[in-house]
Design a protein around this ligand. Structure first.
Ligand code: NDP
Length: 496
């Protein structure tokens, strides 16, 4: 084991779990265990929520400017410890260190800082309306209470910060449950918050699989659930939360279309399609896995793509040259490779490159969950690999004849997370973006998701948004007050 066992973290310290159950987290590049993780029992979760309720009393009353200073300090501590945290993320998730050291911690700290700055500069202020000479309405934003954050495994610490950043900035407290596949970042984040000055109990961590998440999200002490994961799990969690009248934010999956127009720069179109499919081993919710290419570009696009695919470099995850790691777990490896076999055997798409066989990697990595970057071409809309989220490095190319046809087919999905277009024609770019049914859209780029940009899915891809000014609204409730100074109460119950 590389790391000591993890217990729970609440009330400002490590606390022993009482379930008697443990699970292991695994290094996916080698399939070797990293640490034993102790599972929270129901009474442990009750205790964690009780500590968050106590902390809420003081944290929610702390002035926003003072909260902002503490969260800014936490963002600085995260940046100071960037490389150390990124190393753990790479071991736990399999993501190449070239990614975790430049993206995962950085973009998490950016969001924490963004919300600290927002609330520190009046971002929680309400509105005032002067109704008439002697009456006005004012609104106030109030925190919700104890919130649950449930994370997926593809961006562990970034997801934790995209949830806890606005949650804490707004004056709430949080119980966070990381995915059982990538739990190692969570205690470090809790310790950093405490070191920065967050009160004990304001950010707490419990571990376990879906049953722990289900108990937490349906708990009467939880005011809001912020969930990132698959649509199928999201439907269950949203259903149980809505039944208890809890606030929810759902960041779910997608099967996003990337439309290349005939005038697009070939190099950019190919680079965009590769980033939209192979970055993070294809384990990105917003991936543009349906690549719509004009039929007239077929030969040129496929030729350049095959040339550039040689630049995908699998290998030791800490190697500076490695830009694609393994899939994150054995169960996910089985899922992705079965989709690749489905594409070949049942959908009968044309395999342009890749496939289900393990790629060549050094001997000590051969048990890891490695998969080749895979491209299917001549795909049709009804193929399973085109309709369902694979969440691995698997691109489907679909040829089209007119932009109208491409847009219609792009929208023919139950998902609506992301979409994008590559073109030099600015009018066409706006026209097409306007017609695409997705919450996150890009023109001539793919995947960049800065803190300033509110992101969230349409259709089954989610509910609500994260990040940007709109993101804070998901963590507050509004109170409207009408003040009347006229000296009398208008009444219908006056004497006739
Ligand atoms: P899952 O839905 O399997 O799990 C997500 C989290 O929910 C995990 O922590 C999981 O625990 C927990 N969980 C499972 N069952 C329940 C339940 N009944 N009640 C409460 N919590 C539960 O998703 P993955 O971890 O496989 O993540 C990949 C998915 O996340 C992809 O679909 C991807 O598109 C999506 N995603 C969406 C993003 C967005 O912003 N839209 C961003 C990133 C990913 P455990 O894993 O421990 O069992």
């Amino acid at each position: 084991m590389s790391f000591p066992p993890r217990q729970l973290y609440y009330d400002g310290k490590v606390q022993p779990a009482t379930s008697g159950k443990t699970f292991q987290t695994i290094d996916p590049s080698k399939a070797t265990p990293l640490a034993d993780i102790h599972v929270a029992s129901h009474s442990d979760i009750d205790s964690a929520i009780a500590s968050a309720e106590r902390a809420f009393k003081t944290w929610s009353q702390t002035p926003p400017a003072a909260r902002a200073r503490i969260l800014q300090k936490a963002a600085s501590l995260l940046r100071e410890r960037n490389d150390e945290i990124a190393r753990v993320e790479t071991l736990d998730s399999g993501k190449a260190y070239t990614e975790t050291s430049t993206v995962d911690v950085v973009t998490g700290a950016d969001t924490l800082e963004y919300y600290a700055n927002l609330v520190g500069s009046g971002g929680l202020n309400g509105e005032t309306s002067h109704l008439r000479e002697d009456a006005w309405v004012y609104t106030k934003k109030a925190p919700l209470g104890v919130c649950a954050g449930i994370g997926a495994w593809n961006y562990p610490i970034q997801i934790a910060l995209w949830k806890s950043g606005p949650c804490l900035a707004a004056g709430n407290t949080m119980i966070y449950k990381p995915s059982e596949f990538t739990p190692l970042h969570a205690q470090t984040l809790a310790e950093i918050f405490l070191e920065a000055g967050l009160p004990a109990g304001a950010f707490n961590v419990v571990y376990g699989a879906g049953d722990v998440g289900a108990y937490l999200t349906s708990h009467p002490g939880i005011a809001k659930v912020s969930f990132t994961g698959q649509v199928s799990t999201g439907l269950k969690v949203a259903g149980s939360a809505a039944g208890n009248m809890k606030y929810v934010t759902m960041e779910l999956g997608g099967k996003s279309p990337l439309i290349i127009l005939p005038d697009a720069e070939l190099e950019n179109a190919v680079d965009g399609a590769m980033m939209a499919n192979f970055y993070s081993t294809g384990q990105v919710c917003t991936n543009g896995t349906r690549v719509f290419v004009p039929r007239s570009m077929k030969a040129a696009f496929e030729k350049r793509l095959l040339e550039k695919i040689q630049f995908v470099r699998l290998g030791p995850v800490f190697d500076e040259a490695t830009n694609m790691g393994p899939l994150s777990s054995s169960v996910h490896y089985e899922k992705v490779t079965s989709y690749i076999r489905q594409g070949i055997e049942s959908d009968k798409a044309t395999l342009l490159c890749g496939g289900p066989d393990k790629p060549q990697v050094p001997k000590d990595l051969q048990n890891g969950y490695w998969v080749k970057p895979t491209v299917f071409t001549d795909c049709t809309d009804s193929m399973k690999i085109v309709r369902e989220e694979i969440f691995g490095p698997v691109m489907s190319i679909l040829y089209y004849d007119t932009p109208e046809e491409a847009v219609r087919r792009a929208n023919d999905t139950e998902y609506g997370l992301a979409a994008g277009v590559f073109t030099k024609n600015i009018n066409m770019a706006h026209r097409i973006i306007d017609q695409l049914q997705a919450g996150i859209t890009w023109v001539n780029t793919w995947g960049d998701s800065p803190s300033e940009m509110s992101v969230g899915g349409w259709k089954k891809s989610g509910l609500g948004v994260e990040n940007g000014r709109k993101g804070i609204e998901a963590w507050v409730t509004n109170k409207s007050t009408l003040v009347d100074m006229s000296g009398g109460v208008p009444t219908v119950f006056a004497k006739l």
